[in-house]
Ligand binder design. Structure first.
Ligand code: URP
Ligand code: ZN
Ligand code: ZN
Ligand code: ZN
Length: 520
């Protein structure tokens, strides 16, 4: 199958989104301010058959097209959430937001593409797991999506399968875990081999950076001391446990010349490691998430167990109250590049699997619906970033890093018509009572945010209409991500050449040689 034309037809059961040639397929977004990551311009945007066909003023468009008035609004590329786990089977249950409710909620908040994770069990075929996830996602997705694949165990078969995934199935990123000991965790040698394989394939190595050995030891001690509640989760994995692994991941990947992307950067010290490594020339990228920008670790000490458990995720939210602001500063200045959510939701009764033991509370929080508003509120509304940088960190940088730019991440002629009419002045109050997610709790409950996705167009279809969500299950598409993203790999050949090991030419040693004892 050719990557460029891979569709949901990769599966035996095929569901083709209906694309009717009618006024519904022709949309004019009129009078708004178009914002890309590098410029803003007042212009109309005309969409036809799923792509952006014209941008400018006084456009000549066919009669009968649908008109969306965008005066006083920003017209931005649809958000790309780089990190979700819809319906993930995990810790004895499955995430409650599936590919339908999760992508519907994404669209409601202005995200038109998610990047989810295929996470095989130990010894499970990576390719079979990929097909399993496709079969879960394709009939349900309402927005476009792609996959990262977890390298959750190591062996010769894994390398072959990574190659097949890259060459046949449109995968260009693999996630390695430095935590989840005895489940998904790789040791340093395995990490080196996995990074080597990514490098050879032109794929991007993603890491979950926490020291799983330390977490396991600390958890055992905490439980033995009777600390069984959600606060134990945070205590078992303090900041330095994340920072140490982040540093180690940078060093190991750099040793084999493999570009690295650290997912869910949650702490100041881990983020600072990335800043420092980028200044030293390492090819490293960092993603932070809506939760770490909009919530804090103080919730783990909430006296209501259900409330505290709702925030359990790995790595944990941090209690240092300056963390969200610092992460936002780094996003604004370019040291961090992308925002995801790690959306992996569990209801109260699912979280209660760990009511007597914090290590059994299923990890994960919401975010897919609220990410864009959280970034706007904490970034743009606070004067830390301008609308262009907002577009970069919510969409464009992800499209560039994962090699789907400018099809995604840009308002340009020929790009996919994933477009959001964003009202920067409107506000809304986030609540589980009104959100579109299936989960019964929202970690941002009660927060008033500026920035509302009033109209959302995904693949040329209007899916949010003046705030009303109207979606069709299965209408989203699988978006293959080709290897050798220029944003990731363009500098590596010269960097490898400059850093290549060079043998020192010298005369052979001819002096006496000590006779060694028997090796013992
Ligand atoms: O808490 C989290 N992060 N749950 C999902 C699994 C992962 O590590 O991303
Ligand atoms: Zn296949
Ligand atoms: Zn993770
Ligand atoms: Zn995750």
């Amino acid at each position: 199958m050719l990557l460029g034309i891979m569709t949901n037809a990769d599966l035996p059961v095929k569901k083709i989104p209906l694309r009717i040639k009618s006024a519904q397929n022709r949309i004019l977004i009129r009078g708004g301010r178009v914002v890309n990551d590098d410029r803003m311009q007042d212009a109309d945007v005309y969409i036809e058959d799923g792509v952006i066909a014209q941008i400018g003023s006084d456009l000549h468009v066919p009669g009968g097209c649908r008109v969306i008035e965008a005066k006083g609004r920003l017209v931005i590329p649809g958000g790309i959430d780089t990190h979700t786990h819809m319906q993930l089977p995990f810790m004895g249950t499955s995430a409650i937001d599936d590919f339908y409710t999760g992508t519907r909620a994404a669209l409601a908040g202005g995200t038109t593409m998610i990047m989810d994770f295929v996470l095989p069990s130990r010894n499970e075929s990576l390719v079979e797991a990929y097909h399993k996830w496709r079969a879960w996602a394709d009939p349900k997705v309402c927005c476009d999506y792609s996959f990262h694949v977890g390298v959750t165990w190591w062996g010769p078969k894994v390398t072959q399968e990574m190659e097949e995934l890259c060459q046949v199935h449109g995968i260009n990123s693999f996630k390695m875990f430095m935590a989840y000991k005895d489940v998904w965790q790789l040791n340093d040698t395995e990490l080196l081999h996995a990074f080597d394989a990514c490098k050879r394939l032109g794929a991007l190595a993603l890491v979950h950076a926490e020291n799983g050995d330390v977490i396991k030891e600390n958890s055992t001690k905490l439980l033995a001391q009777g600390i069984t509640g959600p606060e134990g989760h945070e205590m078992s994995r303090p900041e330095e446990v994340e920072a140490e692994a982040t540093n180690r991941a940078c060093v190991l990947s750099n040793q084999v010349g493999c570009p690295l992307y650290v997912v869910h950067v949650m702490s100041k010290s881990a983020a600072d490691v990335l800043s420092e490594k980028r200044r030293a020339g390492y090819v490293v990228f960092g993603e932070t998430i809506a939760a770490s920008l909009g919530a804090s670790g103080s919730h783990y000490r909430h006296t209501c167990w259900r409330h505290a458990a709702a925030f359990v995720m790995g790595p944990p939210l941090r209690s240092d109250p300056t963390t969200p602001g610092h992460l936002m500063d780094l996003l604004a200045n370019g040291d961090l590049q992308t925002t995801g959510t790690d959306n992996c939701t569990f209801s109260g009764s699912q979280k209660a699997l760990g009511k007597d033991d914090f290590t059994k509370i299923p990890y994960g929080v919401n975010g897919v619906e609220d990410r864009m508003s959280i970034v706007w509120e904490k970034g743009v509304a606070q004067g830390k970033m301008d609308p262009c940088r907002f577009v970069a960190v919510t969409s464009t940088s992800a499209a560039k890093i994962f090699n789907i730019y400018p099809k995604k991440g840009r308002i340009a002629v020929g790009s996919d018509a994933d477009v959001v009419v964003w009202n920067p002045h409107a506000t809304r109050v986030i609540s589980a009572k009104t959100h579109h997610q299936a989960v019964d709790f929202n970690i941002f409950e009660g927060m008033e945010v500026h920035g509302v996705a009033e109209w959302v167009v995904c693949g040329g279809r209007v899916v949010v209409e003046d705030g009303e969500v109207r979606v069709v299950q299965g209408s989203g598409r699988y978006i293959p991500t080709p290897v050798y993203s220029p944003t990731v790999y363009a500098r590596t050949p010269a960097r490898d050449a400059a850093k290549a090991w060079k043998k020192v030419e010298r005369e052979p040693y001819t002096g006496p040689v000590y006779v060694a004892n028997d090796a013992s």
